[in-house]
Design a protein around this ligand. Structure first.
Ligand SMILES: Cc1ncc(COP(=O)(O)O)c(C=O)c1O
Length: 430
């Protein structure tokens, strides 16, 4: 076991004093990590005092601005050189962090009266989950996941960090979110530390919870916290905002979790990825339901972790997201995309639930996001997927033996009927 660096010890003491449950949740690496007072702090000092020559930054300059190649510069002529080529701060551009916080407060009415950290910028949501696993997960720590998930969770938390995954069936017998089995799994998982990951709108089904289900989820978490367990609740809001059904909750569960119990630490992971239609820009956010005193040492630890792997998210990507958010026409353009996706979602709902397909598949309820998911009543999902691909040129995702996920987000509304007719034909011909 390594000796802890004195800075790490100081940060641990601060976390223990300001947020005991965060301290109880830290992994061994989480306890060890810190941000050295080295190049970053010397550079920051020079940025304010070096008025003659600043020879601290590991960049190249020319005529008082950033040296660059005109061939790439010509592609983004309107942005500043710093906004394209400079290093972004480790935790992200301060203006972007502010803008995303304002966006969260606007879109989540339950957050107004609560404690909310400044979002931390990560290189996509996957990076955010990886950071959380480094900060909080030791081998065999229990992680509660439903049986239907975005598969990358297993790679990050189970394969990489060694968490012990406890699953519950996502749906109950009436095809609602299985709050009963969720609660049972929490009750039956012993120990004083637990991680929970929840994702609505849901990948792969497109399911979104209603207010009653949201409250039942929070009640189950609070009951387990009352029994002495420290719980980190990760809320994956990749598809936030893309709700198409008035019967479901049109805000994040995160708002109901913040401040629900002193033993519960909620963290919202969301992103420009899907919400801003910027998948490959790799800009996402991690926001804790914690106040400034707790966040100060936690940010230092996260800075240390980020510094030790990506060293920070892409500057030009952050600039593009921020500039877009501040440009007139932004809200209208987002609304336009939303309406297109909603049109596709409603069309899919109508087509897949047609009675002529009833003998072939059951459709999981889908209210939001990008996907619909079929449970095939006969045939194997992988066989169907391969036939669709090889004989009809249609790409879908097979999940397990019987489930086929269709991302209608990338189908034109006018093609939806054809796609499902071909899926039906392939199943019937098996
Ligand atoms: C539920 C969910 N979370 C997170 C992500 C990934 O986000 P990112 O591309 O920002 O890593 C996806 C991508 O498909 C997803 O479906």
């Amino acid at each position: 076991m390594q000796d802890l660096n004195p800075i790490a010890i100081e940060l641990n003491d601060q976390i223990r004093d300001t947020a005991p449950s965060v301290f109880a949740l830290l992994s061994e690496l989480g306890k060890r990590i810190y941000l050295p007072k080295g190049i970053l702090s010397q550079t920051a000092e020079a940025n304010t005092k070096a008025h003659r020559f600043n020879a601290t930054r590991a960049i190249a300059s020319e005529d008082g601005d950033m040296m660059h190649l005109a061939v790439s510069r010509e592609l983004v002529p309107e942005l500043t050189l710093e906004g394209v080529y400079g290093y972004a701060p480790v935790l992200g551009q301060p203006e972007l962090r502010d803008a995303w916080r304002t966006h969260l407060l606007k879109e989540n009415p339950s957050l107004t009266e609560t404690t909310l950290s400044l979002p931390i910028v990560t290189s996509g949501m996957t990076h955010g989950f990886s950071l959380i696993s480094e900060l909080f997960v030791d081998g065999n720590d229990p992680l509660i996941l439903p049986d239907k998930i975005w598969g990358n969770y297993r790679l990050i938390f189970q394969t990489k960090a060694g968490a012990a995954v406890h699953t519950y069936p996502f749906f109950n017998t009436t095809n609602g979110f299985n709050t009963h089995d969720f609660r049972e799994t929490l009750t039956n998982t012993t120990g004083e530390k637990m991680l929970i990951l929840l994702n609505f709108p849901h990948n792969p089904t497109g399911y979104a919870i209603n207010r009653t289900e949201a409250q039942q989820i929070v009640d189950a978490i609070v009951a387990r916290a009352d029994a002495g367990c420290h719980i980190l609740v990760m809320v994956d809001d990749a598809y936030a905002g893309l709700w198409y059904d008035p019967s479901v909750m049109h805000e994040s569960l995160f708002g109901l979790l913040v401040g629900c119990h002193p033993n519960v630490v909620p963290v919202k992971i969301d992103g420009a990825t899907k919400e801003e239609y910027a998948w490959g820009l790799r800009v996402a956010f991690m926001t804790f339901g914690l106040g400034e005193a707790a966040m100060q040492p936690l940010e230092q630890k996260l800075s240390g972790l980020i510094r030790a792997n990506t060293s920070g998210a892409s500057q030009v990507s952050q600039t593009l997201i921020l500039e877009a958010m501040n440009t007139s026409g932004y809200a209208e353009q987002k609304q336009r995309n939303y309406e297109i996706l909603k049109g596709r979602a409603l069309k899919v709902k109508k087509v897949v639930s047609n009675s002529r397909y009833a003998k072939l598949w059951e459709v999981y309820p889908s209210h939001a996001g990008y996907f619909t998911c079929l449970r095939l009543k006969s045939g194997n999902a992988e066989v169907v997927r391969q036939l669709l691909l090889n004989e009809h040129g249609i790409g879908t995702i097979a999940l397990g033996e019987t489930e086929l996920r269709v991302a209608y987000s990338c189908l034109e509304e006018s093609d939806i009927e054809t796609v499902f007719a071909v899926i039906a034909q392939v199943i019937e011909e098996l």
